[in-house]
Write a protein that binds this ligand. Sequence first.
Ligand code: BDR
Ligand code: CA
Length: 344
Amino acid sequence: MTAAAPDSPFPVYLDCDTGVDDSLALAYLVSSPAVRLVGVGTVSGNTSTEQAARNSLDLLALLGAPEVPVAVGARDHLRKAYDGGVPHIHGANGVGGVDLPTSPHDPVDSSAARLLIDLSHEHAGALHIVAIGPLTNLALALREDPTLPSRIAAVTIMGGAALAPGNITAVAEANVGNDPEAAAAVVEAAWDLTIVPLDVTMENVLHEADRLALLASDVPAARALGAILDHYFDFYLPTYGVRSSALHDPTYGVRSSALHDPLAAAIAAGGVTPTVAPRVPVVVDTTDGPGRGQTVVDLRGQRLGAVDHPGVRTRVVLATDRPLGPHLLEVITAPATRTAPVGA
Ligand code: BDR
Ligand code: CA
């Protein structure tokens, strides 16, 4: 067990489907002085779990943290097989079609669920989980070791939609909707859970000027992220920039993207603080009807301000103290200050 001094960085296990916005979250967590990334597990979602592991390893090498262990996790979800991901959003390789320099490192020889359980023993009571893909690995870890929550300090997930619409169905957000049974297991587990839903992630945006700043950075990983974001910005054009009927209008001006996963990372690390985040009952719809994958958040009685329900461990972030974009840029373009290997 690693004891952490009060102000020393706390250990984080990241579960991800890397992924354009996952790449930003990974860069943020490696670069943030508040946390120490001690392991990464991948899951199929934006791309296959194997490709997500390759992307994570390559990014970690570029970020100067090649020694962080990466474990390949679940290829299929609890009730459905991996369906080929979303290349129209994240590119054919998950990182916008950009060829990253190949890290000489390979994934570790254990599943993501096993890596998480091992890290929970190594950092008992201190380990934070940040999960920004479908929650299959966390559900498998809970099945394999139901005592896991007792050794976890906190869990932060990007997922769900409280009052906002879904993004893969009318009500389901992708990370929850791709594996509702896993999400239900995570919501029901006895740990301190922060849900960062579409309600807030869609309101935190990176703009073309920010992307150009990344491309102009002295930090190689920041430049790679600027390139990776290009494809993602194209996808988001009809959401933030122009109506799809004007897509071919050369005068369109606004290219931007949502900051789903990095917002969860920044909230976990304390770089962004939730200002409205009541602890309220949440149920994941695992039925086969039109509500499948919905996060049903009980927000009754919140009109006059956030009210926590007694005994509820899950908080749902509905507002934050500042926009993430400028802070994210500042953290990931800061020259690397690490002097010792992460995990040393
Ligand atoms: C979530 O789905 C994925 O496509 C993104 O990486 C993010 O984790 C947003 O719904
Ligand atoms: Ca993701």
